[in-house]
Design a protein around this ligand. Structure first.
Ligand SMILES: *Cc1c(COP(=O)(O)O)cnc(C)c1O
Length: 355
């Protein structure tokens, strides 16, 4: 023990999915998009004037905010952007969750929530999902310090309806409710229209999955003018220049290509629906994921063993050694060709298991 040890803010860190770098790997472990960003993003990169890098970027992220406000039909002062939605969510926890009462989130959910709660010393309660991994909204109708959940949920892929979320909002009007829509573009209906009715609702989304820009780090939130104002106050008191010139330019180019965005989403959802059928034929069990991944279990195969066997072949998927889900794998939807490589492996694996 060093004398200064007692003054350290100790945290048990979030463990991100592996980022392996193998020549012929199949990377289906962190829900990245298998397709490149919109063509306009490459164009913006090639024409980027590096002389601009001498100067600080616009702390208000004006170009990107304007593009987002236009695309999503909200006012500019209802948009906040940050360095990935992880940054946006962390700022939101810091800004909105300051009660002595516990914040609520599901027991099976994005594993960053309890890390931030611990780090910022926010009391929290994990609310168990039902046996089919669905949110029981009534469990959230008690006094709390705020509510946060992803929709669709991660890692389950289960989507809750706008009506159910509105009901949850009706019962939680005296706290901030954060809906993390990291995967909403893959088939879900966003609660964005509810912003007009609920000034305590914050909707968080990201460029990392549906817009193929995980490596650029851009996330955003929509909320009432008041919520976004408070979020900006905290951001400016922390680090004013979060968004680089390059992130602003490339992010703006990505939002402006709606056609490419829709085409990419269509390809991924078509592959997902095909893979669901093939996985069912192989005996897997899974919910009706509306995200760009499937969360699967198999009655005869141990998830941990399959995970290791896949890794031997440089096929990376995600395994969580956690209560209730330690016999499940979360598998990102790649291109059709990538999924065929995985399916071939699984058919062989099934044959070997029988012998
Ligand atoms: C991927 C993910 C995020 C964060 O993504 P960023 O890359 O930081 O934008 C947030 N919430 C959930 C549920 C996610 O799966």
């Amino acid at each position: 023990m060093k004398p200064w040890d007692k003054n350290i803010r100790r945290v048990v860190p979030y463990v991100p999915g592996e980022q392996p770098d193998q020549p012929h790997m199949l990377k289906l472990n962190t829900n990245e998009n298998p397709y490149p960003p919109a063509p306009g993003v490459a164009e913006a990169l090639y024409t980027f004037d590096t002389d601009r890098l001498r100067l600080y970027p616009d702390p208000g992220a004006g170009v990107l905010i304007r593009a987002m406000a236009k695309r999503y039909q909200v006012q500019e002062d209802q948009v906040f952007v940050g360095v990935g939605s992880d940054d946006v969510l962390a700022m939101s926890f810091l800004t909105f969750f300051n009660s002595d009462r516990p914040i609520f989130f599901p027991d099976i959910t994005y594993s960053f929530y309890d890390v931030w709660a611990e780090e910022f010393r926010i009391p929290y309660e994990r609310i168990p999902l039902d046996e089919r991994f669905r949110i029981r909204k009534e469990d959230y109708y008690r006094e709390n310090g705020g509510v946060v959940f992803p929709n669709p949920n991660a890692p389950t892929g289960e989507l809750e309806s706008v009506d159910d979320i509105e009901d949850l909002l009706q019962h939680n009007q005296d706290v901030v409710v954060i809906v993390d829509e990291a995967y909403i573009d893959f088939g879900g209906e966003s609660v964005l229209p509810l912003l007009d009715k609920y000034d305590n609702l914050l909707v968080v989304q990201t460029f990392s999955k549906s817009r193929s820009l995980a490596g650029m780090r851009i996330g955003y939130a929509f909320g009432s003018r008041e919520l976004i104002g408070y979020l900006n106050d905290v951001k400016y008191s922390f680090n004013s220049y979060t968004m680089s010139h390059l992130a602003l330019a490339l992010g703006t180019a990505a939002v402006e290509d709606e056609t490419y965005f829709q085409e990419t989403l269509h390809k991924i959802t078509a592959t997902r629906e095909r893979v669901k059928k093939e996985f069912a034929a192989l005996g897997f069990r899974f919910g009706d994921s509306q995200a760009n991944f499937l969360f699967v279990t198999h009655p005869n195969w141990r998830a941990k063993e399959l995970f290791e066997a896949l890794k031997e072949e440089h096929i990376y998927v995600r395994y969580f050694r956690k209560p209730r889900i330690d016999n499940y794998l979360r598998i990102t939807i790649g291109t059709d060709d990538e999924m065929d490589v995985l399916l071939d492996f699984l058919r062989d694996y099934g044959k070997q298991e029988k012998n």
